[in-house]
Design a protein around this ligand. Structure first.
Ligand code: SAM
Ligand code: SF4
Length: 338
């Protein structure tokens, strides 16, 4: 029986820098059917299953956050659609009273099968990762992925009724930077938004040199602008993306620039890893172990709420990503959730 989230009566969750925390990114698994070159090592070691939170544990934590004023939860991973109980988890979370939005970031490869069930069970928004429109290159970047599956998944998500789907594209110089205009054209044709992401130095990889493939957002925008004139928009999606509009399309072109444009001042989010570690900042190793508390007090929200509230005093002011030094963050993105 899932715990209930009672609408908040406590003061809003605020960190010691005065930032209101209203957004939780919940990594529900570290597993994935892809091995994207910037995200994972080729021979990934995943965590033992008993170290991952159960569905009931995830619901208890989510309900505790919602009680404390979190209004948006994004499911991520690893690949959230690789979780065997994804549909029932979506149903339980979307039913939490007080939650305004339940979103998901996915590689899209299983949306053909799952999009209708996710929609019916209350998932409100989808971000779909797509780094290339060329089948061979897509395969090289994801190591195991098939472009066709993702393209079919995007169509299935639209057919299921998802609105304002956003594509996420990580751009690496020399690998897929020549596709930024093609990706924007694709987004325009299919009435999708698109955000280009600068690669972050999470985890030690040897597939490429991150400093050499670094592609600043400004270069991406300049390229798009040559074909599709862009106007900077003041709209804020509540996240780190800075958006641009085109006069002849509803598509928004965003950039997420952890290196070239620090966005920590407006950070409204925290992350929970698949093993129940509450990460206060993507660019910082500090974490609070909620799994131990969950397992000491099964199904009880009060100890979790207390730990979350206390953790707010530890949220750092900003990240300090550097490409000219060995990674300071040794965990991979799939462990934290992007
Ligand atoms: N598997 C899902 C997916 O790919 O959308 C969700 C998890 S994935 C970790 C979330 C996002 O993080 C994806 O858009 C992915 O491209 C991005 N990502 C992964 N590793 C990254 C890195 N080192 N730097 C920047 N973005 C990264
Ligand atoms: Fe999997 Fe997403 Fe990481 Fe790619 S970016 S390996 S799809 S978790």
């Amino acid at each position: 029986m899932a715990p209930e989230a009672t609408p908040t009566s406590s003061p809003p969750l605020t960190d010691q820098h005065g930032r209101r925390i209203s957004y939780l990114r919940l990594s529900i698994t570290d597993r994935c059917n892809f091995r994207c070159v910037y995200c994972m090592a080729e021979n990934m070691q995943f965590m033992p299953r008993d170290e991952l939170l159960s569905v009931d544990e995830m619901v208890t934590v989510a309900a505790s956050f919602v009680h404390l004023g979190v209004r948006k939860i994004r499911l991520t991973g690893g690949e959230p659609l690789a979780h065997p109980a994804i549909v029932s988890l979506v149903a339980e979370l979307s039913a939490l009273p007080g939650l305004d939005e339940l979103a998901m970031t996915t590689n899209g490869s299983q949306l053909s099968q799952l999009a209708p069930a996710l929609k019916v069970n209350g998932l409100s928004r989808l971000n779909i990762s797509l780094d290339s429109l060329q089948p061979d290159r897509f395969k090289a970047l994801t190591r195991t992925g098939r472009l066709r599956d993702v393209l079919d998944g995007i169509q299935a998500a639209k057919a299921a009724g998802f609105q304002r789907i956003k594509l996420n594209s990580v751009i690496l110089r020399g690998r897929n930077d020549d596709e930024v205009v093609d990706l924007v054209r694709f987004a325009r044709q299919h009435e999708l938004d698109i955000a280009f992401i600068e690669e972050m130095p999470l985890g030690v990889i040897d597939e490429h040199d991150r400093a050499a493939t670094f592609m600043p957002s400004a270069d991406i925008l300049a390229r798009v602008n040559e074909t599709y004139p862009l106007t900077a928009s003041i709209e804020n999606s509540g996240g780190p993306a800075r958006y641009h509009r085109m006069a002849d399309s509803t598509t928004r072109v965003g950039v997420i620039s952890p290196h070239s444009h620090n966005f920590c001042g407006s950070c409204n989010r925290v992350r929970l890893t698949a093993s129940g570690q509450l990460m206060l900042c993507l660019g910082n190793e500090d974490a609070v172990d909620l799994r131990t508390i969950l397992r000491a007090h099964p199904g009880q929200q009060e100890p979790i709420r207390q730990a979350i509230t206390e953790a707010m005093t530890r949220k750092p002011e900003r990240h300090h990503f550097r490409l000219d030094a060995p990674p300071q963050i040794i965990r991979f993105m799939n462990a934290t959730g992007g």
